[in-house]
Design a protein around this ligand. Sequence first.
Ligand SMILES: Cc1cc2nc3c(=O)[nH]c(=O)nc-3n(C[C@H](O)[C@H](O)[C@H](O)COP(=O)(O)OP(=O)(O)OC[C@H]3O[C@@H](n4cnc5c(N)ncnc54)[C@H](O)[C@@H]3O)c2cc1C
Length: 549
Amino acid sequence: MSQQPGNSGATEEYDVVVIGAGVSGMYALHHLRQMGLSVRVYDGATDVGGTWWYNRYPGARVDGPGSPFYCYTFSDELMQEWDWEETQSEQSAVLEYLEHVADRFDLRRDIQFATWVKDARYDEAAQRWTVETDTGVRASARHLICAVGALSTTNMPDIPGIHDFAGECYHTGSWPHEPVSFEGKRVAVIGTGSSGIQAIPEIAKEAAHVTVLQRTPQFAFPAGNRALTPEDLADARENWEAIREKMYANMGGFPHDGSKGSALDDTPEERRALYESLWQRGGFHFFLDLYSDIAISEEANASLADFVRDKIREIVHDPETARKLLPDHYVICKRPILEDGYFEAYNRDNVTLVDLREDPIERFTPNSVITQSGEHPIDMLVLATGFDAISGTMLRLNPKGRGGVSLGERWQDRFHNYLGMTVAGFPNLFMIHGPGSPGVFYNMPLGAERQMDWIGHCIQHLQDRGMGAVEPTTDSEDAWANEVSAIAGATLFPKTDSWWTGANIPGKPRYFSAYLGGDIYYQRISDIAKDYAGFVFEPVQDADEANAS
Ligand SMILES: Cc1cc2nc3c(=O)[nH]c(=O)nc-3n(C[C@H](O)[C@H](O)[C@H](O)COP(=O)(O)OP(=O)(O)OC[C@H]3O[C@@H](n4cnc5c(N)ncnc54)[C@H](O)[C@@H]3O)c2cc1C
């Protein structure tokens, strides 16, 4: 294996460089070490955790199926020893878990924190990647694994005068580490996606006034958060093997048996009864125990959308505010949102809703936001405006592949990839949770493990055969794109504007890029790994000879 000099100034040599020390990069490091490879991880953050290191806003919690199943599955001991406290663990609890994982597997010694990778270039002669960081490190590795996050590049809104605003201004996705006080302050929040809907009720409890600047009304479902009992934890531990099997077999990587049949086979009364029972129970069960055609049939979708709109009208006292909160897109075709007191917050005297579709922002001043209807004086601005999701952080890294061609050039019209992990012209580069993979449509720690296991297998295959480089063909990329589109095309997802379709970022290719097949994806990539169909392997080149010629 390669040497690891680690001396500053000289180029450091590794088998693998991993970018990112969130859930994915941490597992990548552990797995690659188990393979006996030398690995260096870089992260711009000052410690492990990625998403859970950055998103410290009030109300930030797991908003998937929840604990204890938002976790790693690779270590039985880890599962047995960790005590989760709530079903929807708060940010600090997930971060604590990840810090424990870093300690337990001694990960930090191979991670360089507070270090941004500002350049990554493929050297065709050496068949290696060279990365350069903002701290002056230069490192070379055979393989580059980009665990850069599907939700890690914040989306900053471009609104006239926003930079003139002189008060405190925070983005939920890069929240300060010091406590933020809302006491006595007039706070404006832009954005009512998952983060805004988690944060607004918490901010409203403390602030003098909250003005919610809503661009799109949302369907949101009760989070149903509750304390995990000793029985819950004992049950999860005793049945862990069976639960893990279930997670592997489930479409979204969750320990669930799957959904009911078609909504259209039930009467309207039966449908309402199911929706009501799920609403009362709360949590991600709403989506997991739901009819299987809610995101496929317009009629099925409308039945659930009507139910939620009725709930909003019931909860929100002021009919005019309730009207503004009624969403009109296909339900669950934007990221399903779990809420805890969001709609109730509008019954407070200190919360005002501004519907930007009727009353758009004209500009910010140093101490206010001016909408068409008038001026709203504010002391603080909270940007809950989400992320340049899925592809944004890869494009920010913008690696340069064969012939110096950048990813930005290759991804101008769409995010060309094969299996959501590799890109033609970028040999030995692998993405975790990239476009073309299930990514954000899957229990993400489990998805990271399964993709990383595949990548490890591919690296091993390359080494065993004495090969120096592997990359997909453009034909296999095109076939994969067709497969991804065909699956998505059978649903209502591509017909709905969302960050899944790039609609929140001006100029971004507008299409649905995630592989919606869930567990089928893992079957597909495992089948492909039998002979690596669609990939080209290149023998190890003698770098000296190649340089001389
Ligand atoms: C509030 C919130 C709640 C969520 N809840 C759930 C949930 O319930 N279930 C679920 O499955 N998912 C959830 N997610 C998605 C979450 O992002 C993933 O579950 C998971 O944490 C992603 O891990 P990751 O390691 O792939 O990426 P990240 O955690 O985003 O880590 C990427 C890391 O890469 C680093 N990085 C990027 N580019 C560079 C560079 N050029 N140089 C150096 N470092 C770089 C970043 O600093 C970051 O630390 C949630 C996300 C948010 C924001």
